[in-house]
Write a protein that binds this ligand. Structure first.
Ligand code: NAD
Length: 257
């Protein structure tokens, strides 16, 4: 229970990587605030289920990470936090000339600017305690690019740069800030794309996974949400006290190519 007594906020955590991170933090003893913009009964039920499974306090707080004031209100409603995991993110795929302006703005707001707003709101409390951990879930696309993902790649590169700046501003204050860069992770979002890809390429599930989805991931394997959660827990552990301003790849070798 290395994180007993710590309060963590994980943005965008009612599904996928955020949920995996919230579960691993709860397993390590942290009390956790899970978030999405949806505010459904099942979101609150999810918080109750994680609390019961791990014997820690878990609360659901609705906030729309596309809105700066909601991001700051999330931190305020939580009563501040010791651990902030900026995970909420969306994707849209289109050539630059056809990229819808509203999609560009939404991706920059949710994937990048939200981390600025939540960090700005959380840092005063962390400084007062002399301890804090900010972990920004970036992507292999924070370090390398793919065509048709201009907004996503720009936002994720921005997240890596933002993490370095926060790390420098907080160095020596007991606070660390790092980016985690996943390759492909089999989340519900990615899982939902497999049937379409099977149809488009006329391939079976295994062939789509190996030859289409994991083509750039040398391990040929997805990273898991548990591995992402474990990486975040490690970054919150004493072993990582001097790890700050880094971008840690969990990508099966993608960015080594
Ligand atoms: P997901 O769709 O399963 O989860 C996204 C989460 O963000 C959900 O909980 C959703 O409710 C939340 N969200 C979306 N818009 C929001 C908003 N406006 N306000 C609040 N919450 C909002 O996707 P995922 O695959 O788990 O992705 C999580 C993060 O990991 C994203 O930042 C994504 O870019 C990053 N990532 C994912 C992969 C992958 O292969 N799955 C790879 C690299 C990086």
């Amino acid at each position: 229970m290395i994180l007993k007594g710590k309060r963590a906020i994980v943005t965008g955590s009612n599904s996928g990587i955020g949920l995996g991170v919230a579960e691993e933090l709860a397993k390590a003893g942290a009390s956790v605030i899970i978030n999405s913009f949806t505010d459904r009964e099942e979101d609150h039920a999810l918080a109750a289920r994680i609390a019961a499974d791990h014997g820690v306090e878990v609360r659901y707080i609705a906030a729309d990470m596309s809105k700066g004031e909601d991001c700051r209100a999330l931190v305020e409603k939580a009563g501040g936090c010791d651990i902030l995991v900026n995970n909420a993110g969306i994707q849209h795929v289109a050539p630059v000339e056809e990229f819808p302006v509203d999609k560009w703005n939404a991706i920059i707001a949710i994937n990048l600017s939200s981390a600025f707003h939540t960090s700005a709101a959380a840092l005063p409390g962390m400084r007062a305690k002399g301890w804090g951990r900010i972990v920004n879930i970036a992507s292999a696309h924070g370090l390398t690019a793919s065509p048709f993902k201009s907004a996503y790649v720009a936002a994720k590169h921005g997240v890596v740069g933002f993490s370095k700046t926060v790390a420098l501003e907080t160095a020596g204050a007991g606070i660390t800030c790092n980016a985690v860069c996943p390759g492909y992770v089999l989340t519900p979002l990615v899982e939902a794309q497999i049937p379409d890809q099977m149809k488009v390429h006329n391939m079976d599930r295994e062939t789509v996974i190996k030859q289409v989805m994991l083509q750039r991931q040398p391990s040929g394997q997805f990273a898991t949400v548990e591995q992402l959660g474990g990486t975040v827990v490690f970054l919150c552990s004493p072993a990582a006290d001097q790890i700050t301003g880094t971008a840690i790849s969990v990508d099966g070798g993608w960015t080594a190519l």
